[in-house]
Design a protein around this ligand. Sequence first.
Ligand SMILES: [Zn+2]
Length: 368
Amino acid sequence: MLRPVALLLILLAAPRALAVETMRIAMSEVREVVQISGQGLALGMDAEEASFHPLGKNRVTVRRSGRRLEVNGAPIVGDTARFRAGWVNDDAGVPGDAPLRAGDMEVRGDVVVRFYKDGLQLINVIPLEEYLAAVLGSEMPTSFPLEALKAQAVAARTYALQKKLEAYGSPFYMGSSVLHQVYGGVTSEDPKTRAAVEATRGEVLTYELAPIEAYFHASCGGRTESGQAALQRDLPYLQAVDCPCGKLPSSRWSATVSEAELREALNGSPQGLRITGRTRTHRVTRIATDGGESLDGARFRQRLGYTKLKSLDFEVEKTGHGYFFTGRGYGHGAGLCQWGAKVLADGGWSYKEILSHYYPGAEFQQLY
Ligand SMILES: [Zn+2]
């Protein structure tokens, strides 16, 4: 296994390397049969520069029959098939732009069907820039200023590339929950997010020539959290920095949690619930109860639900109706703060200034 640094150097050295530009996203799993449809459907091997052959049909049935993979009843060689729509003569290389329907999902790029456990797995192979254009709208409100969207585009590209290098050689690099986020709407592709992706095409953030772990979150509440405290990632570019989002009323939250909910989360009585540890940015690391229950802050938030307890920067008090939580920020707090990026962009900051603020020490690299 090559280290990410070495891999990035290889990718940088390769002229317009196709490998850099495609992502492989796990879509779904099916038991034995799946319908694939699209205009000008073609079949090829699952390789970066494999050639594709037209199927002469706009819809086919792919079936796993024991140890064979069949396309419209005819067995094919191997246990993997890759489909592409919009086939034109001598079509190799970059995955197609034409939409392809696989099962109940519509995607751009190619769809790979492969043996997986006892059934079949569907993987979407999609150019990185297409993937980003689709994902950006679900990661940041499209109403945000362009420089904030550009900062998010570079962070998302870097994050995706880092995931790809981490999973190098695996059949897919990201799971289906990300895909569902991505394709919450192919139709919701937005001209503004596409412009932000195109304006930063190929641009990534690196540290010592490796793509950084570009974590981001909705709102930090006034100060971001270190990578070590938020995610157990002790990285030089994930340090706590001040953020203007704390001045926004929307960065405040509150939640009432019933005694029953707390009892379930704590596996015991919440009597005497109190905070017993905080990080330097005021985020809760530990809570305790009179009954001797003690729980890690992050686990406590996970058990109560990430949307209920929006962040770890909170206070808690007992009321007549349960427990009342008040807090600041939304998310783990490490890396780019999206609402902070919005405030800074509104104040005239460029996307590079924004990124340099939230990922101190990271460098910009033009990958292609
Ligand atoms: Zn913030």
